[in-house]
Design a protein around this ligand. Structure first.
Ligand code: ZN
Length: 151
């Protein structure tokens, strides 16, 4: 089973590298409930010590689909499609997706995804507590003077 490479970490950050996205299928994990091995999926929360989001990178082989539909109890999910093309379904709605598509799904939406392309579908899923974001983008950021070490 392929493991994430730790780049650097300290009190206020964690940096990992998952390698070439085209080799995502080398990752696998054991589903904590079903015990089934899921290939082409890597979760980042524990590896990056994240506290507000769970992020996964996923690879669906050509002409394949997630083998089940699912929903969540508390978390919304945002799917970001990086390669491939196919279909996304939420409840009774099914629509075409491709590289560049972004789909946010409320917790209770029953979701499924299919890759129709001859290449792998690579996509990110960002999971976070619904309605948890209070300040965002520039409202939460603050510029600070730091001398860049890369110079
Ligand atoms: Zn999910």
């Amino acid at each position: 089973m392929k493991a994430l490479e730790k780049i650097s970490e300290n009190k206020f950050y964690s940096a990992v590298n998952m390698g070439d996205l085209k080799a995502l299928s080398d990752y696998s994990l054991v589903h904590p409930i079903t015990g089934r091995v899921i290939e082409g999926k890597v979760f980042l929360k524990d590896a990056t010590a994240a506290t507000g989001t769970e992020i996964s990178f996923n690879a669906l082989p050509p002409h394949a689909e997630q083998p089940y539909f699912h929903l969540h109890r508390k978390n919304e999910e945002t799917y970001i499609i990086l390669s491939g093309s196919g279909f996304f379904q939420v409840d009774e709605d099914c629509f075409a997706i491709k590289s560049g598509s972004v789909i946010r799904v409320a917790p209770q939406g029953k979701r499924g995804i299919r890759n129709e392309a001859d290449e792998a579908m690579i996509y990110l899923v960002i999971q976070s507590r619904e309605h948890s974001l209070e300040e965002h983008t520039t409202a939460d950021g603050e510029r600070v003077p730091v001398e860049p070490k890369w110079r």
